[in-house]
Design a protein around this ligand. Structure first.
Ligand SMILES: *Cc1c(COP(=O)(O)O)cnc(C)c1O
Length: 421
């Protein structure tokens, strides 16, 4: 054999006896076959066989298996992001003329996808109040083929009565899909509560370190697995084994991270709830949160993501106050080791329900930092808002005084100009 050829060919070394705890990163586009007949028959290798890197490697299969076991489903498919999981599950299972009913508090990009892309395929979308199975019953029709749930809902955190919704959907011949990203399969298993499809943004808690994007679709039945898998093949969708390996590694600590995040969230919420600037905290583990009883009935726990509704006079000062944070980072996505906060507008993402609070809600994700540092940040956040409200108040007093005494008016108006930015 020529050296040049030797450089190309990978020699076989012993792998038995190398029993590492983690799964190696198996990189491949090409999979080679022992003979021409096996190549010709590669299509018959079945869901556990290997034929081409796009359709699975031992690394991605390991992650699929792990998620399937947690969700207690039939099989899992991996895609490039949580949003892709939602979009591909929906797109694969619907056809021209079909209709999907979507929970009004669903992850906003799902609404975007349903309003902008589904109509191009002749599929229509309608929205329902996530807290009202009766509304699902009223809206569902013969064309409705999927009822899409997300429990709790994005930002506003309504917990849905999945068993009741599933009963209604199935009676009308529709499937139920559920985005389970907030709970993760540790705290809720939608397939055991009537869903046919469950999606997870592995990007969030399951990978847990804010450094990888991936999503999963787990189905309860073989037929849906075949449908989604073949659509994915035709669309050319698969994930990298390097990314899958990151998710596998992060996932090993999911249980301790989730428990810690829940405890941290409870401590933060206990302080926030008694603060005069806080109108409400939205978090399924709180008795005041919408669907708390259902959460108690169906969920095993809560994660560390919650939303804070501030009193109306505080809202104008949120941006300035966020800039004083030291430990919390400002950013979207969540479920990593770093605590995050993001102001989220609600109203533009609701059409079947009316959001009564202020449009801007603070969504927080508790990470792994020391509780005292996080609490110091929260105190700083609300103290800054308080100071700015006080400054506004004194500025408007000065302003109204200036309107009654026109001699000093100019000088006082200048003061107001300093305070109002
Ligand atoms: C973040 C999120 C997604 C999307 O995840 P990506 O991997 O960022 O696309 C989907 N659903 C919910 C509920 C999410 O919070």
């Amino acid at each position: 054999m020529d050296d040049q050829t030797r450089c190309v060919i990978t020699p076989n070394v012993k792998t038995d006896g190398f029993d590492a705890l983690g799964r190696a990163v198996y990189r491949a586009s090409t999979i080679v076959f022992a003979d021409a007949a096996s190549y010709a028959n590669r299509g018959q290798r079945g869901p556990d066989g290997y034929s081409y890197g796009l359709y699975g490697t031992p690394t991605t299969r390991t992650l699929e298996r792990k998620i399937t076991e947690l969700e207690q489903g039939y099989r899992t498919l991996l895609v490039s992001s949580g949003q892709a999981a939602n979009a591909i599950a929906i797109l694969s299972l619907l056809k021209e003329g079909d209709r999907i009913l979507i929970a009004d508090a669903a992850y906003p990009p799902v609404r975007d996808f349903a309003n902008n892309d589904l109509p191009r395929f002749g599929i229509s979308a309608a929205y329902y109040d996530p807290t009202s199975p009766d509304e699902v019953e009223r809206q569902i029709d013969a064309r409705t083929k999927i009822v899409w749930c997300e429990s709790p809902g994005s930002t506003t955190m309504e917990v849905q009565d999945l068993p009741r919704i599933a009963e209604i959907a199935h009676r009308h011949g529709a499937l139920v899909g559920c985005d389970n990203t907030w709970a993760t399969p540790l705290n809720f298993k939608p397939l055991l509560h009537g869903a046919d499809i469950v999606t997870e943004a592995l990007t969030k808690y399951i990978s847990g370190h804010s450094d990888v994007l991936m999503g999963s679709i787990t189905v309860a039945a073989e037929t849906h697995y075949q449908t989604i898998r073949s659509t994915m093949g035709r669309l050319g969708i698969g994930v990298s084994p390097d990314d899958a390996s990151l998710v596998l590694r992060g996932m090993e600590t999911l249980g301790v991270r989730m428990k810690h995040a829940h405890q941290g969230a409870m401590a933060a919420i206990a302080w926030l709830e008694q603060h005069p600037l806080v109108e409400r905290v939205l978090y399924p583990a709180l008795p005041s949160s919408v669907g708390h009883d259902i959460w108690r009935r169906d969920f095993a726990g809560a994660s560390g993501v919650f939303s804070v509704v501030l009193v109306p006079k505080a809202v104008a000062h949120i941006s300035a106050a966020l800039d004083t944070l030291k430990t919390f980072a400002i950013g979207a996505s969540w479920g990593g080791t770093r605590s995050l906060v993001a102001p989220m507008p609600v109203k533009a993402n609701r059409s079947a329900t009316t959001w009564e609070g202020d449009d801007l809600v603070l969504r927080m994700s508790i990470g792994l930092e020391a509780e005292e540092d996080l609490m110091a940040d929260l105190r700083r956040l609300l103290a800054t808002i308080e100071e700015r409200i006080d400054l506004d108040r004194s500025a408007s007093r000065v302003h109204s005084a200036s309107q009654t005494t026109n001699k000093k008016g100019n000088e006082n108006d200048q003061h107001q100009g300093i305070h109002a930015d």
